[in-house]
Write a protein that binds this ligand. Sequence first.
Ligand code: TQI
Ligand code: ZN
Ligand code: ZN
Length: 170
Amino acid sequence: HYSFFPGTPRWPSRRRDLTYAFDPRNELSEDVKRVFANAFSRWSEWTPLTFTNISDYSSADMKIGFYSGDHGDDEPFDGVLGTLAHAFAPPTGLLHLDNAETWIINDVFTSGSSSSTAMDLESVAVHEIGHLLGLGHSSVENAIMYPTIASGVKKVELDRDDVEGIQVLY
Ligand code: TQI
Ligand code: ZN
Ligand code: ZN
């Protein structure tokens, strides 16, 4: 079953229209931005929440970026595999991805030929957005919030368990 973080943090009810921005230092492609827009829409479909991409990074509710190793939040990334990404629950709203991973975007690899360690970006994004909204991990294997995903696998459809969890929060 779904779970929440200790203290059940969530975006307050007066904040239904949330904003997100990409770290301008990353200069991300439109393809990457589209993956996130898609991932956010999988959650807005089942909640009263809306998610809007704004360009002002400093004022966005949720901030997304790709980083390598130490990046200033006491949770350094660890190179290929291990930790792929992490997200901080409301009201912090940070979503960080490990730049050392080979990310698959729309079935295309971002680097090299290391297909055995490539991870699907949208799948990880949908999972991390769940954390950004206040969901912890689920014990249901098909759930987006289940704490394991295999390399190369695309798992982007919310399970009924994810939907039930998010609808308790919002
Ligand atoms: N990153 C972990 C995660 O997001 C970070 C983490 C570890 C965590 N323990 C936690 C977050 C407890 C919240 C609560 O789960 S990860 C997956 C999955 C990771 C894992 O890099 O291991 C995905 C990132 F679920 F597939 F294994 C994205 Cl999709
Ligand atoms: Zn981080
Ligand atoms: Zn997780």
